[in-house]
Ligand binder design. Structure first.
Ligand code: ADP
Ligand code: TRP
Length: 324
């Protein structure tokens, strides 16, 4: 699906928004599916990138770790090159309108509808406690998006259904109270919809199969060397699948033909290719102080709150709790 950054009817820039939970160190799956597409597009749109800390609270139980992850993940976005003058970079929990709007949506969608959510079912199947917060997670995400009238949402494939749920919240609200929200669209590029990890399964913080985005060269090398190689076949598919993120098929065809069967050489080439992308960002990252990070979050959150506050004034009027 192609997107135009300008709404044809009004000539106004559309809004682009994404968010990530500060639950750990970012990996290259997060980067290729969400942060990189955001980075490549954000100048053309009115853009928002959010540290989804209230979403993290659905599972995070260590306050010190959470506090640290909020700072570190924000530093990561800045290190990638996102300019906080050109995108609103903010902390979800600082904009209390998110939880307020989530409540209103929770009063509109049904329990059976929320029960169909794959992410919820998967987490519960993995033994995570089925709390009400985990269950209502999609409505908080709908609020994140709809408070800002964001239309384009870069995410990985596992978030597709969550954006569908946001569209359902739009439908329910607009039907009950009149046109108020715009339907958002997920942006998922096929080539990076599900980035594989070192074991060939989906790369995920929870599977211990990640290649860290800002790891040291040694950490990246260790992760790459641990990529599972299927013996027998000339081309190690799991290595190739990660390599494809960094080089074109044409470049890789030649390299993999030359180095047929030489898994160690291929992994070493992959380490160098990852390093050439990550090293400049890693270098930039060390120059970003805690104070810089805090200031960006504070200023971004204050601006986000103005926009969200304006939208909530409309919403409160529409549902009849203010303006009598
Ligand atoms: P994780 O699964 O590692 O905990 P998150 O749930 O925090 O990652 O995901 C943050 C964002 O990164 C989401 O948009 C998600 O779809 C995307 N993402 C995470 N892992 C991958 C992956 N392996 N491939 C593509 N996108 C991913
Ligand atoms: N649920 C997303 C994830 O697990 C994070 C998220 C929260 C998000 N709010 C969002 C993503 C709004 C896009 C838009 O990764």
């Amino acid at each position: 699906m192609t997107h135009s950054a300008i709404a044809p009817s009004t000539g106004v820039k559309k809004r682009l928004l994404t968010g990530l939970k500060p639950t750990g160190t970012l990996h290259i799956g997060n980067y290729f599916a969400t942060i990189k597409p955001f980075y490549e597009m954000y100048g053309e749109y009115e853009s928002f990138i959010m540290v989804a800390d209230y979403h993290a609270v659905t599972t995070a139980r260590d306050p010190k770790r959470l506090r640290n992850n909020i700072l570190e993940n924000t530093r990561d976005y800045l290190a990638v090159g996102i300019d906080p003058e050109k995108a609103l970079l903010f902390q979800q929990s600082s904009v209390t309108e998110h939880t307020e709007l989530a409540w209103i949506f929770e009063c509109l969608v049904t329990v059976p509808f929320l029960m169909q959510c794959h992410a919820y079912k998967d987490k519960v199947a993995k033994g995570i406690e089925p709390t009400a917060g985990l269950f209502n997670y999609p409505m908080l995400m709908a609020a994140d998006i709809l408070l800002y009238d964001a239309e384009i949402i870069p995410v990985g494939a596992d978030q597709r259904q969550h954006v569908e749920y946001a569209r359902e919240a739009v439908k329910k609200f607009n039907l009950a109270y009149g046109e108020t929200f715009v339907a958002p669209q997920e942006l998922i590029h096929d080539a990076v919809a599900t980035v594989p990890g070192t074991d060939g399964q989906k790369m995920s913080k929870s599977y211990r199969n990640t290649i860290p985005l800002f790891g040291t060269k040694d950490e990246i090398a260790k992760a790459v060397m641990s990529i599972v190689t299927d013996s027998g076949a000339g081309r190690p598919e799991h290595v190739y699948a990660v390599h494809k993120l960094f080089k074109s098929d044409e470049e890789l065809e030649t390299l993999y033909a030359e180095k047929e069967g030489k898994y160690k050489d291929l992994k070493e080439a992959l380490i160098e290719d990852i390093e050439s992308v990550i090293a400049p960002m890693r270098e930039r990252r060390v120059s970003i102080s805690d104070d810089d990070v805090r200031k960006v979050l504070e200023e971004g959150s204050a601006k986000a709150k103005e926009i969200a506050g304006e939208k909530m004034r409309v919403v409160r009027q529409k549902i009849g709790i203010s303006g009598a």
